[in-house]
Design a protein around this ligand. Structure first.
Ligand code: ADP
Ligand code: MG
Length: 395
């Protein structure tokens, strides 16, 4: 789960990670109130709040440039906010459709002496949190990794003992900090790790982390995401969820206990088990097709869940064909067959449907489908099923 920058900065403040405070506005009426406490003459930064980075260099669909903008007065800040609110921002990370800005964040502008990069995330290869730091802040970190790999400092943390003071100090040294800044940076890294650990984060990223001309180190941007599987024990974090930022199909799926991820292809997949779902997506690709989603109905889905799964799939206008691939283990093939029949009764399936059933109660499942009068193509092997649906969907 992702949160907005302004929410992440509140967490930073709670954990003693230095950053500026700010005010948000979600409607035009809220803009004046949000700006009340800002000085009349000082510079104000207006920041679009969307769950995607690259906002500074982004462009709105109506041509307005910049999702993060500097204003030299309150009046100008209000004008910028009015242009941003409700407007759709396209950045490198949003895809061409962009994201609608529903909240803007006002914060004081600060002078920047130097920009750095700092992040903590989970390294899957070592099963450890890793602190990533670089003197090349403000830049796209993937680009730094590619072009200037020596400029990236990786520090692996043993999760059972947490970050050690010497590790944080080494990061400060490696970034070239001196004197009091070593202390500031060490504390900042330790506090950021505490946040990462205690709140079950998947990632915390500060880009840029800056040094002001006065020598203060602080976070200018804040991106935090959480491990969805830990949200059950993080109720305050769960409350920060912004459903406006999520795919409505994914929200609907999560309500019914379905693991659904929208993709941009045109062949919908309904599969039981994540491994089989991955294999199904691969084989669709192998035969030249492109999956419209990942959907794992789980090992013990019932008829109702299967019906919901079909409804979600069919609500995607890009779907030109559906491949049902079920290996009946705990999940029985007849249950799936009944789900398909029930779904077909409540929503009309106008796209080709290929069904491959295997495993427990497979004969019963096949018989139910045959006798239902539904127009579908049966397949026995996964390869056959994938090849058929790719052919049918491309017609
Ligand atoms: P994004 O990463 O989505 O583009 P950032 O918050 O990093 O958004 O902002 C983009 C750039 O805007 C930053 O790299 C920084 O140069 C500038 N910026 C952001 N906040 C401030 C601020 N409070 N004062 C001065 N400049 C800022
Ligand atoms: Mg940034």
């Amino acid at each position: 789960m992702n949160i907005h920058e302004h929410q992440a900065k509140e967490l930073f403040a709670d954990y003693g990670v230095p950053c500026q405070s700010g005010k948000i506005a979600a409607t035009r009426e809220e803009i004046a109130g949000a700006l009340v406490d800002f000085p009349d003459t000082g510079k104000i930064v207006v920041k679009s709040q969307i769950h995607a980075g690259g906002r500074g260099k982004g462009t709105f669909l109506d041509g307005y440039k910049g999702g993060v903008k500097l204003a030299s007065s309150k009046k100008e800040a209000a004008e910028i906010a009015e242009k941003m609110l409700g407007n759709t921002l396209v950045t490198q990370q949003t895809g061409p459709a962009g994201r609608q800005v529903q909240t803007v964040y006002f914060t004081e502008a600060t002078d920047i002496k130097k920009e750095y990069y700092l992040a903590i995330l989970l390294d899957r290869a070592t099963s450890k949190p890793v602190v990533i730091a670089s003197t090349e802040g403000g830049m796209d970190i993937e680009k730094v990794a590619e072009e200037l790999p020596d400029k990236i400092i990786r520090t692996f943390i043993d999760p059972t003992i947490g970050i050690q003071g010497f590790q944080a100090r080494q990061i400060a040294f490696a970034l070239g900090f001196e004197g009091d800044q070593i202390k500031q940076m060490t504390k900042l890294v330790m506090n950021l790790y505490r946040l990462f650990d205690e709140k079950d984060c998947a990632m915390v990223e500060i880009n840029p982390l800056i040094v002001t001309p006065e020598g203060h180190i602080m976070a200018l941007d804040a991106k935090v995401s959480f491990d969805d599987n830990a949200l059950f024990r993080q109720p305050e974090i769960r409350n920060l969820r912004d459903l406006n930022e999520e795919d409505p199909k994914e929200i609907e799926a999560s309500k019914h206990g379905l693991n659904y991820i929208a993709l941009d292809g045109n062949i919908a997949c309904l599969v039981n088990g994540a491994g089989l779902a991955m294999a199904t997506m691969d084989i669709i690709k192998y035969f030249g097709g492109s999956p419209a989603n990942f959907l794992d109905v789980g090992g013990s889905a019932n008829e109702e869940q299967v019906t919901h799964a079909f409804k979600i799939i069919l609500s995607d206008p890009n779907v030109k064909g559906i491949l049902v691939n079920i290996f009946g283990g705990i999940m029985k093939c007849d249950i799936i067959a009944n789900g398909i029949i029930a779904a077909a009764k409540s929503v009309s399936i106008k796209v080709p449907l290929v069904v491959r059933l295997e495993g427990t109660n497979v004969e019963m499942g096949k018989k139910l489908l045959q006798e239902s009068g539904l127009s579908l193509v049966a397949a026995d092997s996964l390869a056959e099923a994938a090849e058929k649906i790719v052919q049918l969907a491309s017609k």
